[in-house]
Design a protein around this ligand. Sequence first.
Ligand code: NAD
Length: 387
Amino acid sequence: MIIQPKVREFICTTAHPKGCEEHVKRQIDYVKKNEKIEGFQRVLVIGGSTGYGLATRIAATYTYGAKTLSIMFEKPPTEKRTATPGWYNTVAFEKMAKKDGYYAASLNGDAFSKEMKDKTIAKIKEELGQVDLVVYSLAAPRRTTADGTTYKSTLKTVKESFTNKSLDLRDNTVSMATIPPANHEEIQSTIKVMGGEDWKDWIDALVQADVLGDHAVTLAYSYIGPKLTYPVYYEGTIGLAKEHLYQSSKELNEQYQEKGLKAYISVNKALVTQASAAIPIVPLYMAVLYRTMKDEGLHEGCIEQMVRLFREKLQDQVAQVDELGMIRLDDYEMRADIQEKVMESWDRIHSDNVKELADIDGYWEDFYHMFGFHFDHIDYEEDIPLV
Ligand code: NAD
């Protein structure tokens, strides 16, 4: 099949295996530029096939020489459809890591399920013994719990509706978007999906099975962002779920104090991923932020963020944290001078100057790269067998 992108607003329904391989290779090459350092050796990444989780896995492998086990929820290819990008990324990563002499294994299935936790534990017992770093990097639209109830996550405000500028992803124009408030059930469901309950279930299960080493570390990823996006993010449904995630980190630290476990929230930078592209208003903010941070020479992608995490913010069990105990990889994004410039542009931006004030090309480049498209030297006319 000749694989071309099929884009509908914030999603692309095709992915290119060779392009995804290139995307992974570039990230590996970036990490390899630095000398290896000592650090975690057996790493479990829950949600390790795309975005921040994939970058975590790549950074851990090539920074520490770690063995990685990734849990993902991806679709393999069929005769008619390409696989999801996370599938191709994982195939590519495992191939390259193994060639470089590193252990890399992956399990595909629903991380929320007990079955997947059992499978993971069995795999760790058989092949790794224990793990010493567990990274929780799930971004999921829904979760089915043990009693069969399915909860959906919603990206809405929690008080009144919120209207602001937004990028129309169909034609790159700026228009006004209104985000309605969620009802009580939507709020609770979002917390159920994106809060910390399942993270805690994972840690409990790993401890009970004795596959989590003493003095291990667990990380979960979060986002705060500027006041501008507070109604839709920090103070919205997703923000409440992230607050729950933060409270869960405190509970984990208390519960497993004797085991020497450290649970941290890492607040990461806003970046185009499959999860973030779906949040209203945020894509325009990201495009303005990209322009500002690139102009200042401060822009980072997922891999740069994760390398900085492992090289600068976390040494063994000790992390550099803020007054609330959180690791701040959004430190450059939140710098006062950066936010001031972003807000200046935000106030002035409209359809006619959007290409000047926002990095629309950079936004779309990241978007297409996520699905393996728009890489210069890949032949997109090549007929590729899907299975
Ligand atoms: P992503 O969509 O790229 O990655 C999501 C990962 O979760 C994938 O590996 C996917 O396979 C996996 N997944 C989803 N549902 C699953 C399930 N049921 N079972 C197993 N695996 C499942 O998203 P991302 O942006 O990298 O987000 C990862 C985390 O980082 C999230 O917690 C997100 O809130 C956080 N974060 C993202 C940003 C950003 O701007 N993208 C910023 C800060 C924090």
